[in-house]
Write a protein that binds this ligand. Sequence first.
Ligand SMILES: [Zn+2]
Ligand SMILES: [Zn+2]
Length: 386
Amino acid sequence: MIEQAQHIYEQLVAWRREFHAYPELGFRETRTAARVAEILTGLGYRVRSGVGRTGVVAERGEGHPIIAVRADMDALPIQEANDVPYASQVPGVMHACGHDAHTAIALGVAKLLADDSFPGTIRLLFQPAEEIADEEGLSGAPRMIQDGAMEGVDAVLSLHVAPQVRTGDVVLEAGPASAGVDTFYATILGRGGHGAYPHRAVDPIYIAGYVILALHSTVSRRLDPTVPAVVSIGSIHGGQADNVIPDRVELTGTIRYMKPEVQGQIHAEIERALQIARALGGDYDLRLEIGYPPMVNDAQIIDLLQKVTIDLLGEGHIQPPHPGMGAEDFGYFSALAPGAMLDLGCRIEGDDRFAHNPRFDIDERCLPVGAAILAEAALRLLRGEK
Ligand SMILES: [Zn+2]
Ligand SMILES: [Zn+2]
């Protein structure tokens, strides 16, 4: 399989560079989706477009098992700083998270499996909007699921490029591998007045000081220290003039957690922190927006990916996981069927190219490695080999 994948290296690079040059933001991936559909149709797949708004689902084969491979297609609102022939042609939009590579790799999987015969069905999920949610707070994965993308799926595979990992290596992690994320929007309500007469006002800035302290103490003082969690305040806005006490202060922040029970606990603690506003004579509003669930990698599928990686690449290419509290909406898919996402090393040696940065780029030699591992793992799952 790795030889077959190396054989289509030029094709993988061409696809990736084409998607890179024409990036599209979440739920606007019309050009990308049309290209994906065209290529898959050409490969003989049954293609359904407009799934989850701008997603594409493609199938080959019949009946069970149904093995899904998922790629995300959206870009970010970043102006590319790289001077390369395939640089973004769209001002202010860039594939700075590698979803161009993910799309090319999944097309590679389609091509590698296009002539194979196997029991069951291979289903490719090209999802929109991994990076953002729509006006109803839903990103591409839940939108695809609403449109039936996961119906009957027996296992689901995916990958994400990892610019901190050596090209040719992968990272595999069983269990919770990325955090659940929620957002809070809080308003501290006081009563405005003259800065020289604070006793006649209820100062929401003074109250915010105590609330911020309590919010920042949630993780260190209220949660089990052995269980990972984050509460970060990302914005604070209040007041306009040096001598005017405003009537409100607005705070927003992000919540990260690995275990569902911790999610509820953090929500309760944030509510308690804001109740300080009442104790100090003010009031508050709090809105919690539920985001991506934690992504949990199935242990058996991670085992399979490990065997496949060793069979294809030999020993010494599996790096230990480095835990973090990033979020990934693949967790919606892997909540519905055993699934796993692997991190695919794509580091350009001697040059840090971090994700979500205007200089992000990858070593394209990772493309056939990713395509081969996903195609081989899918094939073994279809054949019921472990
Ligand atoms: Zn990203
Ligand atoms: Zn990403």
